[in-house]
Design a protein. Structure first.
Length: 247
């Protein structure tokens, strides 16, 4: 690691390969500890291309996967075998390579009606994670990517960040392609115990610097609203994406 920021929640790595290995090491440590402290670890995976190396590195770790439950923070409304599917990417890089019970994999059914599936997935999450009558279920760890326009999961600029009700999942449309997505809502994300951004590439440097530096206009970025109620947020960056933040 090149540098840990003053408040150790920003870790900068030489390149995306070292970032992926470090994140996988950290996950393995947490999963090992969790196996003694809690029954299960509820983890929401990020979509997009950035996490691919991290998922491949995870597949090489010795982890008791029987205690880990995977969800997705968002999914494209496509069938699970579509190249666009976040589930398909995670299966290729991780799930097909590890010994994890099928019941531990909670995919978003991208092939179904978006509104109905957003409701169904929210109910699945609530049923599994809303302990003690909590309104908002608490994920142990949510991984997020970051778009160069400041979106995260499928919370896009100009979209709804605060639903009028306590919905856990919502339907969004990609502003460029119009592609329908199902996404965690901001309140659901912000009730996680830990949120980790995985961000690489020069094209993300401006938005990373704006959000971390709380610069003017950063609040236009949905990712700037990630602010856990009781949990923590950390950033795994490579030198390219952190470039403007280290100056
Ligand atoms: C998705 C993701 C999305 C992604 C960012 C970054 O389904 O696409 O949830 O939020 O994390 O767009 O994508 P890249 O990692 O491909 O740059």
């Amino acid at each position: 690691m090149i540098e840990e920021s003053r408040n150790s929640d920003v870790k900068v790595f030489e390149d995306r390969f070292k970032l992926a290995e470090a994140a996988a090491d950290e996950f393995a440590e947490v999963a090992e500890r969790a196996c003694f402290d809690v029954l299960e670890l509820a983890v929401a995976l990020a979509g997009g291309s950035t996490p691919s190396l991290f998922y491949s590195a995870l597949a090489r770790r010795k982890i008791n996967w029987g205690r880990v439950h995977f969800y997705w923070g968002d999914e494209r409304c496509v069938p699970p075998d579509n190249p666009e599917s976040n589930f398909r990417s995670a299966s290729r890089d991780l799930l097909d390579k590890i010994d994890i019970p099928g019941d531990n994999i909670h995919r978003i059914r991208g092939e179904d009606d978006p509104e109905r599936e957003a409701l169904r997935y929210g109910k699945e999450i609530a049923g599994n994670l809303a302990k003690g009558g909590r309104v908002f279920p608490e994920f142990d760890w949510i991984f997020l990517g970051l778009g160069s326009d400041g979106h995260t999961a499928s919370l896009f600029p100009g979209g709804t960040l605060f639903p009028s009700d306590a919905s856990l999942c919502a339907v969004a449309s990609h502003p460029g392609t119009g592609q329908k997505r199902i996404t965690f809502t901001l309140p659901l994300i912000n009730h996680a115990r830990r949120i980790s951004f995985l961000v690489t590439g020069k094209e993300k440097a401006v938005v990373v610097s704006s959000i971390l530096g709380r610069k003017e206009g950063s609040r236009d970025y949905p990712a700037a609203w990630i602010n856990p109620v009781q949990g923590t947020t950390d950033w795994f960056l490579d030198r390219d994406s952190a470039g403007l933040s280290l100056e």
